[in-house]
Design a protein around this ligand. Structure first.
Ligand code: ATP
Ligand code: MG
Length: 561
């Protein structure tokens, strides 16, 4: 649970709820639900819906159910249910006793359909799916009535019972609500509410060969759970009259209010489940929890914190128009949160050996280093210093430009938390010309002190004592796609970023990180925030994911905007 929850500022949904509370509309109750279909892992867009629904319940002292909306057996599974449960919990929310499955209502939904038939509000239609589509008309043409529209109640009851009993082939009959084939809103032109589909359901097995359509099941599930505010994304706006029509006829005492808000899209990634499944199944990524994925499990594995994701969702707010949110804002929220909580440590990604000529061979010193520069309560740790060190290959240049604030011939730099060292010589591999080793001297008077003569050094670099270095693997990530809005492109796979993952297998981390807790985050000085991979970190052989780099492009974007 978040310690101090900052409620999101008022938005149009909160305005509606405030108004309903004023008029005592649902006896002052606020009951929401998060209704994912278990046909994939949830992603950052779902997280927005989770934060909104559970956030409202928390803010108004109401309830929020987790309802698995599992009325279409194709592609649904227990693995997905379990992942959703884990991910919503990880985001910091809990539904108490409010865990439901739409499939748990199958018998009741069937009885509701029978009731509609008895009221002459539904009929079994024997047109083929193509004919139904054709009869439905379009935005510009009214629909035509099905020749089966006026079947008697008795005939409809009999046919519907036989649909359930499995007497008909898939697709040969459907149950339709009898509304209005001339309605301007196409959704209201006798929508299909039950279809025949022989497919094993992950919970109900082969008990059913007919399944309710989303529009029928969803509103009734809401009403059965006594939901007061049924929040969904904008694409359901046209379905709202149908939602109300069904509830009014079958559970008129409840009447949850459907409220639509804009879907979240984030730049450089895709958020449609179809697209995400494709990425996983065609091995463009390593599973749903690949740290490059916009899924909650991917973000967790990458090292994002639930607080950062919640802050992001609060920052973007809810609105009525679709928009593309800059991925840099999400990264900014992650960086902001990790800056507070991540202990500092040193890591060398691409090691270059440095020998300190004037440092005694057998000597070793321990430096006490603060784990967090602004947070003394986070304590200190000892970092060993000795004659042979590793520094970052990038921190030495044979022929550096003037503004290069690192090591080079004739230059001096400070080794972070340690001494000032001065370049002396280098050794190259005769064949490849690669620099194999640098030799320096150190100034013993500069331990925790500036040079006594006031001379300026070139910069501060990080390092690790070779004798104490722990070999580690580090994975660096870039955006998954090279285009800003891949979700809008049919051929988005052509724009996958070939450099989205870089694996470095010859890194070193300081000895305090020999056995990091899986999932724990650190700031590696000068390199960014990193997280010990929750799956691949093994005893004595840590694997780190770069969560996010240190540079914040968002504050620049925001300042410009
Ligand atoms: P897709 O359209 O990719 O298949 P979905 O919206 O059908 O995804 P559901 O499992 O039905 O996925 O979604 C559960 C809830 O999460 C719904 O209330 C839906 O409106 C909400 N949701 C899904 N995607 C987003 C998004 N990008 N932004 C905000 N809310 C979302
Ligand atoms: Mg959906």
């Amino acid at each position: 649970m978040p310690e101090a929850e900052n409620h999101a500022p008022n938005d149009f949904i909160r305005d509606i709820i405030d108004e309903d509370l004023k008029t005592n509309k649902h006896d002052g109750r606020v009951a929401t639900r998060f209704p994912p279909e278990p046909n994939g892992y949830i992603h950052i867009g779902h997280a927005k819906s989770v934060c909104l629904n559970f956030g409202l319940a928390r803010q108004y002292g109401g309830t929020c159910n987790l309802r698995l909306d599992d009325t279409d057996p194709a592609g649904e599974s227990m693995e997905y249910v379990e992942s959703i449960i884990r991910d919503v919990h990880w985001l910091g929310f809990d539904w108490g006793k409010g865990l439901y499955y739409a499939s748990g209502y199958f018998e009741r939904l069937y009885q509701f359909a029978v009731e509609l038939i008895k009221k002459s509000d539904a009929y079994v239609c024997s047109l083929t799916p193509e004919e139904i589509r054709e009869y439905r008309g379009s935005f510009t043409e009214p629909g035509r009535e099905s020749p089966y529209r006026n079947r008697s109640v008795e005939e409809n009851l009999d046919l519907f019972a036989r649909m359930r009993a499995g007497e008909f082939a898939d697709g040969s009959q459907v149950l339709r609500a009898k509304i209005d084939m001339a309605a301007p809103n196409v959704v209201m032109r006798d929508p299909v509410i039950y279809r025949i589909k022989r497919e094993t359901h992950y919970r109900t097995g082969d008990e059913w060969v007919i399944y309710p359509m989303y529009d029928f099941a969803h509103c009734l599930s809401d009403a059965l759970e006594r939901i007061t505010h049924s929040i969904c994304t904008l694409e359901f706006e046209n379905n709202r009259p149908l939602y109300d029509w069904i509830v009014e006829r079958l559970i008129p005492a409840e009447r949850p209010k459907q409220i639509e808000f804009a879907r979240l899209n984030v730049s450089y990634t895709v958020l449609s489940k179809r697209r995400l499944i494709e990425l996983v199944q065609n091995n463009h990524v390593h599973g749903w929890d690949d740290p490059r994925m916009p899924t909650v499990s991917g973000m967790r594995r990458r090292g994002y914190t639930p607080e950062a994701v919640r802050n992001f969702c609060a920052a973007i707010g809810v609105a009525k128009n679709d928009n593309l949110v800059d991925a840099a804002l999400l990264e900014h929220c992650v960086r902001d949160d990790l800056n507070e909580r991540a202990p500092r440590a040193m890591c060398v990604l691409r090691p270059l050996k440095v020998v300190i000529d004037n440092y005694p061979e057998s000597q070793m010193e321990d430096f006490d280093c603060a784990n967090h520069p602004q947070k003394p309560h986070m304590g200190t740790r000892k970092i060993p210093f000795s004659k042979v060190l590793y520094i970052e290959r990038d921190d030495f240049m044979e022929d550096p430009p003037k503004k290069y604030n690192r090591l080079g011939p004739g230059r001096e730099v400070r080794l972070r938390n340690a001494y000032v060292v001065k370049y002396q010589s280098m050794e190259k591999d005769e064949k490849t010309g690669e620099i194999r080793q640098i030799n320096c001297t150190y100034d013993p008077a500069t331990r925790n002190a500036p040079p006594a003569d006031g001379r300026k050094v070139q910069g501060v670099i990080h390092w690790i004592s070779a004798a104490h270095a722990v070999p580690a693997e580090v994975r660096l990530y870039e955006r998954l796609f090279t285009v800003e809005d891949p979700g809008s492109m049919e051929n988005c796979l052509e724009y996958l970023n070939p450099n989205s993952l870089t694996v470095l297998t010859t890194c070193y981390v300081e000895q305090s990180l020999k056995n990091p807790a899986p999932g724990s985050q650190y700031q590696f000085e000068r390199l960014g925030y990193f997280c010990a991979d929750e799956k691949d970190t093994k005893d004595g052989r840590p694997v780190f994911n770069r969560v996010v780099s240190l540079r914040d492009s968002w504050t620049k974007v925001a300042a410009r905007g």
